[in-house]
Design a protein around this ligand. Structure first.
Ligand code: TLP
Length: 347
């Protein structure tokens, strides 16, 4: 049985071109800044996004947390959209590494209101001072939703007016650029810093980059080393990252189309609720009662996915998912729900 793995776009395997490049690239000790392939990846990422400099790190979480630690001091507050990965899924790192507090802002579809952020900026002797504003694009927990460029620019203006840095968790920023049909440079412009994952929809096996000014990236080096992210001959990984950034961005619209087809198929099934407004990129979140029962039943039929809560399931399309996989997934989910309904009626 061929497994259809819809748990995340992190499950992708490196392409043949990546595996070949990994065997051939020149290597050196990156902690000394001497790995030519890491340097090439960093230069390429900086050039594509319009930032001055980049830093290769092992994961998206480290990218975010090194960036936050570089920006803020202990006892500060970090403004984040509700559901932000930096707070929800990076096991307390904000508190442990930076000693910072999260200030969560309502963000329907991942999009916070500027006024809501403005009202939460603190700068007085009695409270933890705000030292950073973050955004996530695409916003994972809201459904892989896209934050419009205009809103991003407005938040950037607010940040600037308050002398605050503005960071993007851009783990899936390439999905956002594909959905908005804009360049990486355009989407990056409003931000002071950004993290970008190479190992999600772009299919590299490992790694992320942090982007920012030369001064910021020099400072960030120290936190990467502190957290154990100095990787020596890391060019073997960066080689795949270069191909990810160069060749894998354009095809992301295919993942988005397949997610849209999947959502349309599921929306017609009784017992499932999908807010179609959330289906904008490569994720499909839907509600169903006793979600883990459905996930277990799907697993026995060769389809893997994650229950995020007791009544919600996330499906993520990626490089290895085909049109046939989408069709089969809809059929299996329909069948699994139908069987459950029959079994419940008989009980
Ligand atoms: N997200 C993973 C899980 O941790 C939930 C996934 O399967 O979606 N920012 C965002 C927006 C992310 O979605 C993720 C990973 C990260 C950062 C962290 O990246 P890694 O896993 O490389 O540390």
């Amino acid at each position: 049985m061929n497994t259809i793995d819809l748990r995340s776009d992190t499950v992708t395997l490196p392409t043949t071109a990546m595996q070949q490049a990994m065997q051939e690239v020149p290597l050196g000790d990156d902690v000394y800044g001497e790995d030519p392939t890491v340097n090439q990846l960093q230069d390429f990422a900086a050039e594509l996004t319009g930032f001055e400099a980049a830093l290769f790190v092992p994961s998206g979480s480290m990218g975010n947390q090194v960036a936050v630690a570089t920006h803020v001091g202990r006892g500060s507050e970090v403004i984040l959209p509700y559901g932000a990965h930096i707070y929800e899924y990076e096991p307390g790192a904000l508190a442990v590494i930076s000693g910072a507090l999260p200030r969560l802002i309502p963000a329907p579809l991942g999009i916070p209101e500027v006024a809501d952020i403005a009202s939460q900026i603190r700068n007085n002797i009695h409270q933890a001072p705000t030292e950073l504003i973050c955004l996530e694009n695409t916003h994972n927990k809201a459904g892989g939703t896209v934050v419009p460029l205009e809103r991003t620019r407005e938040i950037a203006e607010l940040a600037k007016a308050n002398n605050l840095p503005f960071h993007l968790d851009g783990a899936r920023v390439c999905n956002a650029t594909a959905a908005l049909n804009i360049s990486l440079e355009e989407i990056s412009k409003p931000f002071d810093t950004m993290s970008l994952c190479l190992s999600k929809g772009l299919a590299a096996p490992v790694g992320s980059v942090i982007l920012g000014s030369k001064e910021f990236i020099t400072k960030a080096h120290r936190y990467r080393k502190m957290l154990g992210g100095g990787m020596r001959q890391a060019g073997i990984l960066a080689a795949a990252g270069i191909i990810a950034l160069r060749d894998m961005r354009e095809r992301m619209v295919e993942d988005h189309e397949r997610a849209s087809e999947l959502a349309k198929g599921l929306a017609g099934i009784e017992g499932i609720f999908i807010n179609m407004k959330t289906v904008q990129t490569n994720m499909v979140y839907f509600n169903i009662d006793n979600a883990s029962e459905i996930v277990d039943a799907m697993k026995t039929r060769g389809i893997l996915c994650n229950a995020l809560t007791s009544d919600s399931i996330r499906l993520v399309t990626h490089y290895h998912i085909t049109d046939d996989d989408i069709e089969k997934t809809v059929q299996v989910i329909e069948d699994v729900i139908e069987r459950r309904t029959v079994a419940r009626a008989a009980a």
